[in-house]
Ligand binder design. Sequence first.
Ligand SMILES: C[S@@+](CC[C@H](N)C(=O)[O-])C[C@H]1O[C@@H](n2cnc3c(N)ncnc32)[C@H](O)[C@@H]1O
Length: 283
Amino acid sequence: MLDGKNVFTLLKTAETFLKSKRLSEPESDAQVLLSFVLSIKRSKLVLIRSQKPTDRQLSHYEECILRRSKREPVAYITGFAGFMNFEFKVDENVLIPRPETEILVETVLKLTNIENKNSVLDLCTGSGCIAVSLARLGKFKNITASDVNSDAIEIAKENARINNVLNIDFVESNVFDKINSKKFDIIISNPPYVTDEEYNILEPELKYEPKSALTARDGGLFFYKEIANKAGKYLNNNGFILLELNANKADEIKQVFLNKDYKNIEIIKDYARLPRVLKAKCM
Ligand SMILES: C[S@@+](CC[C@H](N)C(=O)[O-])C[C@H]1O[C@@H](n2cnc3c(N)ncnc32)[C@H](O)[C@@H]1O
């Protein structure tokens, strides 16, 4: 399909092919994947538009475009995703970090600019994107990151190394089970929160991600309830909980925390004006 083509005609052919498969951003996908295959920045493609890639690069590009045409996410094809301006390694064991999760990280950073908070627990860390970003951008003395999936913990450790972060304790734990007697100033989490009904109608791309990273039982509320019930034991006085929200369930989740006597509950909206972060104080 791509034999003998230069960068410009390659991009056009790939874009037309991906468009025919009804992908929503064929031009961007074609460019990102070609810059990955050629190991150059996307912005440099225009400078080499008349160059012909090698046969090896062509067959690698063809393979990438075919994978994308089957709706595999670009981040799994390249093996990397951007988050808070850092690069994170991703594979099928971890959720691809999402832009809306950056709001969760930014909310914690704003909070720690006002209040002196030294320790943080990132529950359900996955790729480690939240914990590593907080280590790079915050002033925490102690950071613990946990996940039930040992493969995810390995990726998170690698992401800490890639981003030159040395001060995170990684713990394999089913929610709080292995957190032992440690206490934290902040507990942060982007837990699985998709309901079974929501999962069934997700875009095909999300079916490549681990189902255990997306769905939660009890109508998507399982992790919110676990955290509301147990976090008090792991928080210092005046500690905070910060959670990413299932925007469809924000009122129900807020109620879960109101029922457990958390105070100063705030809901922070994302750029689409959807309720995205819950912040609550544990007195
Ligand atoms: C929505 S992903 C979040 C990943 C990452 N923090 C992010 O924001 O991109 C949820 C994570 O929760 C983990 N998880 C699922 N069940 C868990 C459990 N019972 N205890 C701890 N972690 C769990 C999954 O392995 C997955 O990595």
